[in-house]
Design a protein around this ligand. Sequence first.
Ligand SMILES: [Zn+2]
Length: 388
Amino acid sequence: MSSNNNNNDARDRKIKQDTRAWAALVGTNYTTALRQTESPLVQGFLGEQVSARHLINTLNHHPLIGADGGDFVLGEAGYYADTEWSFNGRSDFVELALLTDFLRMFTPIAPRETPAVSSYFLKHTAEKFLAPHCSYVTNGRLIWAAAALDLPMVEQKGGLNLMIGVSEREHDYVKRMVTPGSTKPHGHQHRPAGYTHLQTALEQCVAGEPDLGRWERPEPSTEVFPFHEWFIQQAGRDDAVGVLAHDHRAGIKDSDHRIARTPNELLEILQEVPASSKTHESAESAIVEWARVSLPSQRGDMNIRTASIRRSKDDTPGWGAGPGTIELHEFLCPCGDGKVIEEHDNTPGFREHDHRIICDKCREEWDFVPGLSVRGWRLEPKPYRAAS
Ligand SMILES: [Zn+2]
């Protein structure tokens, strides 16, 4: 017998034992239980296939929610519920397996952190994320799946809910993504590692397409962005830069926008969200200050390109050598009060390409980066060049 056959036999035995155990727990027949333990939806999209016997063991022996001297602790309504489970016998196992994958999507909290996401909120998010495969989730079942995964859990003062140890910001992100009518996140720094994989895998599974293959939890990124690090540290300051940094930090936390890894990305973010010219000015001050206080080795990309506000292209009869066009592109200046003008005179015999800063304040603090084409212009703070 080949080892492949041995593996298949072992798997078959495991599924038979699982199916029998599950049929006994929920009070259904073997065939109905088998339809669930062999469903493609229980294969484990973000980890090992969950075992029915492991789920049952969890109910009996888990230190927090396991049965207490034969009395159940966890029931359908949650922790120390009045009533136990009301299984339908047809889809309970599939739903618990999907809940397990739903919870695996999130980053578990670090050992020193305290669980801070209520099982009650998670259950609502799970229902929406897993619809239509699992459109009703009880508090008890959410806690059961979390316990089976050994996620950290703590009691929530005398209630039916437990606090579950998954990333609060990631949960907030998913909640906003799946809840109709909520403001969708614009920054994706808190998108859980397994979010896209699980969503895609579920769609493909239902469409009968081959699965995506094994998912590995990515290592947390250790990349450091010196401008970002410096900028959010200014959040405590009692000036315009401090206020901007404070708002920026809050926006990152709430997934309202992404992280500004470079000065240019800070300006891009301000273009994506409505920002006053005062805000532009604060961003400009922050960038100029960063250019002054940072070491050349930390700066990375200091160059910025500001927002386009208007562009026009006009025909002109020319200057005797035939007609041509004059292109005029207007951009905000860094502080937002003036403009950067880019002009292209495409007239035969009189071709001219030019750019200039129309703002006294910005002209003092910014220069065009040398060596770039007129169309490819970027600005850099003057102190940066003086210091490097
Ligand atoms: Zn300006």
